[in-house]
Design a protein around this ligand. Structure first.
Ligand code: MTE
Ligand code: QUE
Ligand code: MOS
Length: 768
């Protein structure tokens, strides 16, 4: 089988039900069911918490509050959030108490018996209110390039505007869950559905006052993460761990879908104020923009998310002069968190909307405006000072406008819109240039353990967690290719902090990059040892009874290759040894068959105080064209056709990458069109189930979908590949731009005040 499109290692298991998710683990003897008591107000003062009635209920094993924690403050970047609210509550759904019961029914009854007295206080629920009250988290950040004030004053044309985009729920199928087993000597075995096992380990140990070496976190797989299980998953493990540690019984905490949606963080809503100066062709001369993110009640990952939004405010377009200012609003919403794109989509939506508006203002085709602003050549510099090299953007634009038949369809759409009384069509082609690497340099490292067994099969473990994105399959392929053995002989182990420690979250699309590179390093050590061992054996095949091969690791072994299950002399294919035989040769000569690789991404990094630097190893680029149909009477939207073209370098597994592009693109479509989070005026989420929160279903996907990958190779990354997980989500914005294009087509220079998401209701209100 060609390994290029080897099926996802869970493909069969997910369909047959064989794949084990956390809640599939059988209950242990004495295992407790754990649940949380949540704040029923967005902001308030806690007057009292009375647990006596709950504790008195038969079948209740324990009720815990803030005072039971050794350390009650957490936060991935800034420690500002209590695990259990103590004096005040700052968002609707904030956890106040933990209840542990013998069964689910008792748990549900006991949660209702915990009496919390709260004096409600006025709540800040929007970016506007937070700005009015100057409620912010962390400091204001600025990226400055050139002289935007002068350039703006000297530009022939100028537009000023406000752009608003709303949040998005992760809608993973598996809600937050954790199971904790108490072991001897106060050790804990923590099973988590988390993208960041190391953070789980660290938070559990800190919250309970244990040493980090007493806590092991294991992640077999997640039923989806999408960023929602990057930071916040750790808290649910801490709650379950408290119960397991205090009561010395296994403890399981599983949120219901409604609890999960109501209480956990979402994609950050943003509101941006911009001024843009441009010439008569639409070429941008200066951009001056202020981005405001709704961070919610606590910092969570907001500072890094805002940073990525600011670093993507250029997207694929060269800005000769720019001022990009960012600020996080402190509101009484749930603390918002990582979500596929990590602020990138919010930055990109802002600039793509600006380009659409420039086109409307000048009466030009938006593709022409985008094409002349797109980064050209190999020397142009981003606002933060990184030079854009290996730039495939112009080629992507030019190829997709051809293959999607853009010009001809534009003419047809104009004719259609001129003739139809009931419908409007729109077309847009947007781009993505997504920076790959964490913008905090220390996160760009990974480690891998590769163990070869005596029958020639291999077990591999890294810090990468499997959430459906297929990282295990990619790592399996890298190992199988390194030794030229069948992929079936390579097994990926569950991620666990006792095998791979100090790991980064599987995030920033760099899971396969970083862990893949670490795996390749570990394999290289083993390759070198096996080859050196074989050379020594060939040099002296007959030895005395106690003579042992010895190797230094420095031997020149370049004449030996791994081919088709053998180690082969490159000049003499007759001279060869089967892989498993070579493994045994090494074993009997007491040579280590375990490889450990540590990789760090070779980048200088980003100085956030200066707003300058070289944060990214490379960019993943792509373009998408979307054609939409709007019902003028109802505002209803259909996506008629989407064409996606991406530069993913030389994919490790093309099938998995195509799946990632398709899934991310559709998730992006949901964000920009139907996924509408509706809150009560007191800050409770009303749309907290699939009946009220509309994610795309099969009917909402494009009727016609074309996906092509550009042939390329990324010289700086593992095996020439490029990261794929997040970037295609940002291409879903093409649908939004197409809606704006359709709405604007009814009157010359009409700039519809379209918000994001463009729900049917919003579309209807913009029809002129
Ligand atoms: N694909 C699936 N099926 N499920 C997920 O939860 N998460 C996305 C993306 N693709 C996700 C997914 C996000 S937010 C990221 S950062 C990457 O996968 C992480 O994995 P990678 O770095 O290995 O690509
Ligand atoms: C992209 C990301 C992350 C990021 C930066 C990115 C991310 C993440 C962090 C982060 C930053 C500081 C910390 C920390 C984590 O930064 O996922 O623990 O102290 O967690 O550009 O996806
Ligand atoms: Mo992905 S938002 O970086 O977990």
């Amino acid at each position: 089988m060609k390994t290029k499109s080897l099926p996802h290692d869970s493909a069969r298991g997910h369909v047959t039900g064989e794949s084990v998710f956390l809640d599939d683990r059988p209950l242990q003897r004495g295992e407790l069911h754990v649940g949380l008591v949540f704040s029923p107000v967005a902001h308030g003062k806690i007057l009292s918490v009375d647990t006596s009635a709950a504790l008195a209920l038969s079948g209740v094993a324990g009720v815990f509050t803030a005072a039971d924690l050794h350390h009650n403050l957490w936060g991935t970047i800034i420690q500002d959030q209590p695990l259990l609210a103590d004096k005040t509550v700052n968002f609707w759904g904030e956890a106040i108490a933990i209840v542990a019961a013998e069964n689910r029914a008792t748990l549900a009854a006991a949660k209702k018996l915990v009496k919390v007295e709260i004096e409600a206080l006025p709540a800040i629920l929007s970016i506007d209110e937070a700005r009015a009250q100057e409620a912010f988290i962390a400091v204001e950040r600025t990226i400055l390039k050139g002289d935007p004030d002068t350039a703006l004053a000297q530009s022939p044309h100028r537009l000023d505007g406000v752009f608003e985009n709303k949040g998005q729920d992760h809608f993973y199928l598996e809600s937050h869950i954790s199971i904790v087993y108490p072991l001897e000597n106060d050790q804990l075995e923590v099973h988590a559905s988390s993208q960041h096992p190391t953070e789980v380990q660290h938070l559990v140990s800190e919250a309970l006052g244990l040493r980090q070496s007493q806590v092991t976190c294991i992640v077999k797989r997640m039923g989806g993460g999408f960023g929602g299980k990057e930071s916040q998953a750790a808290t649910f493990s801490a709650y379950a761990a408290l119960v397991a540690h205090k009561l010395k019984r296994p403890a399981r905490l599983a949120l219901s879908k409604d609890e999960d949606m109501q209480t956990t963080g979402k994609r950050h809503p943003f509101k941006d104020w911009y001024s843009v100066g441009f010439d008569t062709e639409g070429r941008i001369q200066a951009l001056d923009v202020k981005l405001f993110a709704d961070g919610g009640a606590y910092a969570d990952l907001s500072t890094s998310i805002l940073e990525r939004a600011m670093l993507h405010s250029d997207n694929a377009y060269h800005l000769p002069n720019a001022r990009i200012v960012g600020r996080i609003c402190r509101t009484h919403n749930t603390p918002h968190t990582a979500f596929r794109g990590f602020g990138g989509p919010q930055g990109v939506a802002m600039i793509e909307n600006v380009l659409e508006e420039i086109a409307i203002y000048l009466g030009k085709d938006a593709l022409d405006v985008r094409r002349i602003n797109c980064y050209q050549g190999e020397e142009q510099t981003t606002p933060y000072g990184q030079v854009v090299v290996n730039n495939t953007l112009p080629a992507l634009f030019d190829r997709l406008s051809e293959t999607a038949n853009y010009a001809q369809r534009r003419t047809e759409i104009q004719a259609f819109n001129a003739s139809s009384q009931t419908h409007l069509r729109g077309l847009a082609l947007t781009a993505v240039k997504f920076g790959i690497s964490f913008t905090s340099r220390f996160l760009n490292q990974g480690n891998a353990l590769v163990n070869i067994h005596r029958d020639g099969t291999i077990q591999v473990s890294t810090g990468a967690t499997e959430m459906g994105q297929g990282v295990n399959t990619k790592l399996q392929q890298l190992v199988a290719e390194a030794f030229a053995i069948p992929y079936q002989n390579v097994t990926l182990l569950p991620t666990a902090t006792d095998k791979n420690h100090n790991t980064s979250p599987t995030a920033a699309s760099s899971g396969s990059d970083i862990n893949g590179a670490a795996v390749v390093l570990a394999c290289a050590q083993l390759q070198q040892r096996l080859k050196a061992c074989l050379l020594a054996h060939w040099a002296q095949p007959v030895r005395g009874a106690l003579e042992e091969l010895s190797i230094t690791g420095q031997e020149d072994t370049s004449q030996i290759l791994f081919q088709d299950g053998y180690l082969v002399h490159k000049d003499n294919p007759e001279q060869r040894m089967a892989f498993a035989e070579a493994v045994n040769l090494a074993f009997f000569n007491r040579i280590s068959l375990s490889g450990y690789g540590h990789f760090k991404t070779p980048i200088p990094g980003y100085d956030r105080d200066a707003g300058k630097g070289h944060p990214f190893l490379y960019y993943t680029n792509g373009v998408a064209a979307c054609e939409v149909l709007i019902d003028r009477l109802t505002g209803e939207l259909k996506i008629l056709r989407s064409d996606v073209l991406m530069d993913l370098g030389r994919p490790i597994n093309e099938g998995i990458d195509r799946g990632q592009v398709t899934g991310a693109f559709v998730q992006g479509l949901g964000w920009v069109t139907t996924e509408n989070l509706v809150y009560s005026d007191t800050g409770a989420l009303l749309s907290h189930s699939p009946t009220t929160y509309k994610i795309p279903n099969i009917q909402d996907t494009p009727r016609e979908f074309h996906l092509e990958l550009l042939e390329n190779e990324e010289p700086s990354n593992v095996r020439g590949s490029k990261a794929v997980g997040e970037p295609p989500l940002l291409l879903g914005f093409a649908a939004w731009a197409a809606v704006k294009n359709a709405l604007s087509s009814t009157h010359a220079h009409y700039n519809p005040p379209l918000r994001l998401p463009a729900t049917a209701e919003v579309i209807l209100s913009c029809l002129k």
